[in-house]
Design a binder for this molecule. Structure first.
Ligand code: NAD
Ligand code: UFG
Length: 353
């Protein structure tokens, strides 16, 4: 007789945020139990209310900082957590240059506390939100996991440091011959955009957006005047920067594949492995603006300005490893990403306010 396996309980750090809230929907719909911890430094509880609206199920939420060891320990005592998906972190590149200590304290120290509490509770399966920003500059614009790392700002360095710490934890388990070693997936996201098809949850940046897609959406909805296109003299077909945009729902589905694999024998005990999550195809800034105008019927005013410091000409994923080992690949196309971004932005012009 087939054995019916109960679905696991997942702790989602940063679950009230943009990607975390989408993960909460997909996890619930996939039948997982879920607990969210978030300090709301860059999110609002309204996102979780909307998650409940979409799924029809209540969300267990703890407002706490992952650096608060006592609060985190308490959660692990109350909840029988099996696996952690770790989204909590600060992510603004410019702010990280101005306030590096804040970024290292929040992201690196926060992850140290989290892993200490996890190890003490005997929970050793972790899916970590890393970023394509960990890669160094390369002559090949299609990045594979074995490319050298070389982040160029404190935010990126905080992600690389965390990856190093997590690799060291795995190695230490082998040295110490522990019975239940860590199993860690480092998911390196390319450029997440889009929103849930319901239009109820989406990206709600504080103040003026730094990233291209939310900026375009706010111009289209009339909140901002025009997009500044940062440089049209790159060695790309139209001269503007090329990135690998990935639909946030595809991205979070990659996390579900990762927790399934971590929980199986297919992922070696003691392994800590990086996976690119991208589509494998890049679009230029002008192609993004044109796609937005075509799909939404809105005009997106723009002007060409100088390059932004630190930007690469072209960067897109080689997503083959995630397909081979996680059985994951992005399904949604550019028009889906634009239509869902617009559905969210036009229904929520002020975000969650
Ligand atoms: P987000 O800011 O919307 O979500 C992060 C959440 O973490 C927020 O709700 C915030 O309140 C919470 N948080 C931050 N520090 C915390 C702390 N110390 N304790 C508890 N909660 C804390 O960002 P997002 O876009 O959803 O990104 C999620 C993760 O993915 C981040 O780690 C980010 O660095 C990474 N990432 C994002 C992108 C992107 O373009 N969005 C790209 C690559 C990697
Ligand atoms: N761009 C503009 N105008 C804008 C904003 C962006 O022309 O107002 C251009 C950029 O120069 C770049 C492209 O649009 O060519 C994408 O820029 P984003 O800021 O949207 O994204 P980045 O690729 O620079 O970086 C993002 C996150 C990083 C993350 C990286 C990879 O901001 O934190 O994706 O995941 F590390």
């Amino acid at each position: 007789m087939a054995k019916i396996m109960a679905k696991k309980k997942i702790l989602v750090t940063g679950g009230a945020g943009y990607i975390g809230s989408h993960a909460c929907v997909e996890l619930t719909q996939a039948g997982y139990e879920m607990v969210v911890v978030d300090n709301l430094s860059n999110s609002k509880t309204q996102s979780l209310v909307r998650v409940e609206q979409i799924t029809g199920k209540p969300v267990t939420f703890y407002q706490a900082d992952i650096r608060d060891k006592a609060a985190l320990t308490d959660i692990f005592v109350k909840e029988a957590i099996d696996t952690v998906i770790h989204f909590a972190g600060l992510k603004a590149v410019g702010e990280s240059c101005a306030k590096p200590q804040l970024y290292y304290h929040n992201n690196v120290y926060g992850t140290l506390v989290l892993t200490e509490v996890m190890a003490a509770a005997g929970v050793k399966q972790l899916v970590f939100s890393s970023s394509a920003t960990v890669y160094g500059e390369s002559t090949c614009p299609q990045y594979s996991e074995d490319f050298p790392l070389g982040p160029i700002n404190p935010y990126g360095r905080s992600k690389t440091m965390i990856e190093d710490i997590l690799r060291d934890l795995s190695r230490a388990d082998a040295i110490n011959q522990v019975q239940t070693p860590w199993k860690i997936a480092l998911l390196r996201y390319f450029n997440p955009i889009g929103a849930h098809a319901s239009g109820l949850i989406g990206e709600d940046p504080n103040g003026i957006p730094n990233n291209l897609m939310p900026y375009i959406a706010q111009v289209a909805v009339g909140k901002l005047k025009q997009v500044s296109v940062f440089g049209n003299d790159y060695p790309t077909p139209d001269g503007t920067g090329i990135r690998d945009y990935i639909h946030v729902v595809d991205l979070v589905k990659g996390h579900i594949k990762a927790i399934e694999i971590l929980d199986s024998d297919a992922f070696a005990a003691g392994a800590c492995k990086p996976y690119n999550l991208g589509t494998g195809r890049g679009y230029s800034v002008l192609e993004m603006i044109q796609a937005f105008e075509r799909v939404t019927g809105r005009t997106v005013n723009y002007q060409i300005v100088g390059r932004r410091a630190g930007d690469l000409a072209e960067c897109f994923a080689n997503p083959d490893l995630a397909f081979k080992e996680l059985g994951w690949k992005a399904e949604k196309n550019l028009d889906d990403m634009v239509a869902d971004t617009w559905n969210w932005q036009s229904n929520n012009p002020q975000g969650y306010e």
